[in-house]
Design a protein around this ligand. Structure first.
Ligand SMILES: [Zn+2]
Length: 260
């Protein structure tokens, strides 16, 4: 039984960033976030190995993909890291499940710490066939195209609600309750590790109850930018987007992979 744990850095316990920028613009918070993301990924891996996993690949997804503290990661894991390697390029239909650690709510979500969709400075929202999606939905659909279900999500309460609506039957751990883009009531970062390990182990045992999430093409993609100049740029002929209004552009793609 092989698994992939996709790891972002905004969703772990104790992470709220600071006003005026991204997580990376708050150095002390970023430094804590990458350690806690590593610890939460290791906790999930312990649950997977206890449930009979034969391989666990940890995918470092935040920014340039070199965030996790490798020598603190459970040494039974393999690590997929670095930039421009594609979304879930290491996953195929031989995998039993995908897990999300440290993911965050999509942009346009109230009281969700560090909520964004791929870029907090660039996009207000992204819709696929009229439905707002975040990184959770997109990566779940990439795995779903291989027939691989999402078994587990650990994040703040808004991202957990987003995942539960999208992925019926998914097991979840709430790491913190969001109060604003930069405020949360967090569980203690060490206590949440035991909860993740136990919940992941139980989720593997009932994995047959969870269906892969799919977004079959053709897909109408609509993106609302936060600035008019980046919408202008998207509509240059080389990129192929059509204008809807000053901030919004759209185009039709045949498969989700065409989005990247
Ligand atoms: Zn991130």
């Amino acid at each position: 039984m092989k698994f992939v744990i996709a790891v972002d850095c905004e969703g772990p316990a104790g992470v709220v960033g600071a006003p005026g920028g991204t997580l990376n613009d708050a150095p002390a918070q970023y430094e804590f976030a990458r350690r806690q993301a590593t610890a939460e990924a290791s906790a999930a891996a312990r649950g997977l190995f206890a449930a009979g996993a034969t391989q666990v690949i940890v995918w470092d997804t935040h920014g340039g993909g070199v965030n996790l503290v490798t020598d603190e990661l459970d040494e039974r894991c393999d690590l997929f890291h670095g930039a421009n390697g594609g979304r879930l390029a290491m996953l195929d239909r031989t995998f039993a499940g995908l897990l999300f650690i440290g993911y965050h709510a999509r942009d346009n979500t109230l009281a969700a710490p560090l909520a964004h969709t791929f870029s907090s400075t660039r996009y207000q929202w992204i819709k696929l066939n009229g439905r707002e999606v975040g990184e959770l939905a997109v990566d779940a659909a990439v795995a779903g195209a291989h027939g691989v279900p999402v078994l587990f999500v650990a994040s703040d309460d808004k991202a957990v609600a987003e995942a539960a609506a999208l992925l019926p039957g998914v097991a979840t751990v709430t790491t913190k309750i969001g109060y604003s883009w930069n405020a949360a009531l967090s569980k203690h970062p060490r206590r949440v590790l035991r909860e993740i390990e136990a919940t992941v182990q139980a989720a593997v045992a009932r994995r047959d109850a969870v269906k892969p999430f799919t977004l079959p093409g053709p897909l109408e993609v609509e993106i609302r930018h936060k600035r008019i100049d980046t919408a202008d740029e998207a509509c240059l002929p080389v990129y192929g987007w059509k204008r809807v209004d000053a901030y919004t552009v759209k185009r039709t793609i045949q498969a989700l992979t065409d989005l990247f």
